[in-house]
Design a protein around this ligand. Structure first.
Ligand code: 6PG
Length: 254
């Protein structure tokens, strides 16, 4: 691993040879943050993303020798979700079921998923936002993020178009300041189109934020993210400090 240090957008950059090394290092960070949070605050709250990059990390962390007590104190949230019937293989929940929750001690954690059985993505987003407010000790419709960090770790991906979670370019969701989660129509050509996403204020409410960026197709978006200059929805998920990027050689070199 080569650590390139702080970038202009105040992100710490670490570079790994390939996807596998990147996921192993992310699993190390996940385990360390989990231990620190449970020992220090009695629980570990982590927001997870979907996509093809983090599956290996989820399987890796599930296979580690971590005591049940840590998993029982772990609360998993979703940075975004696809509005598809429960159990659909393309949902982020299904990804988690195939990896992190596929048996063993990790399946003892508390999973707070979007309810995609609700009649619309709007209903699913509103219900999730209300549930998060209550879980984080605020009134429904409140702004729990104003009290300080809510998540110990926010794990994000980066699309080749610069999106993160389901925050796409020109989406009204990028301007959201009041709601914790909203429904989103993905841009044309992005499937599935109907999604729910946490909003920027909530994504910024992490003590640590980690972007996992793998593959040459991410090179351009990564350059914008690291420079902090240009149009990149992922920039909306970064607050002052504590944010890092783990990138592999493909993403760095293009
Ligand atoms: C999702 C995401 C999304 C993802 C990026 C990168 O559920 O799809 O949360 O923002 O992280 O699209 O995806 P890849 O890892 O597949 O490139």
């Amino acid at each position: 691993m080569r650590v390139a240090g702080k970038m202009k957008s105040s992100l710490e950059l670490s570079i790994f040879e390939g996807h596998q090394q990147l996921c192993a290092a992310a699993a190390d960070l996940f385990a360390a943050e989990m231990e620190k949070a449970v020992r220090g605050r009695g629980r570990f709250c982590v927001a997870l993303s979907g996509g093809r990059t983090p599956g290996l990390l989820y399987s890796d962390i599930a296979g580690r020798r971590i005591a049940s007590a840590f998993w029982k104190a772990t609360h998993i949230f979703f940075a975004d979700e696809r509005y598809l019937p429960p159990g659909n293989v393309e949902t982020n929940m299904a990804l988690l079921e195939r990896t992190l929750l596929s048996g063993g001690k990790a399946s003892q954690c508390n999973v707070h998923a979007f309810d995609t059985a609700l009649p619309s993505p709007q209903a699913a987003a509103t219900e999730y936002g209300a549930r998060l407010s209550i879980l984080f000790g605020d009134s429904i419709g409140g702004r729990p993020w104003e009290k300080g960090p809510l998540f110990d770790l926010v794990l994000l991906g980066l699309g080749a178009d610069g999106h993160t979670a389901s925050l796409f370019r020109s989406s009204p969701a990028l301007l959201e300041t009041r709601r914790a989660a909203v429904a989103v129509d993905a841009p044309e050509g992005v499937s599935p189109a109907l999604r729910m996403t946490l909003t920027p204020p909530l994504l910024r409410a992490g003590r640590r934020t980690l972007f996992l960026v793998s593959g040459p197709e991410k090179h351009e978006a990564l350059t914008v993210l690291l420079s902090g200059k240009g149009e990149c929805p992922a920039l909306s998920a970064i607050s002052g400090s504590g944010a890092a990027v783990y990138a592999d050689g493909g993403a760095i070199n293009g």
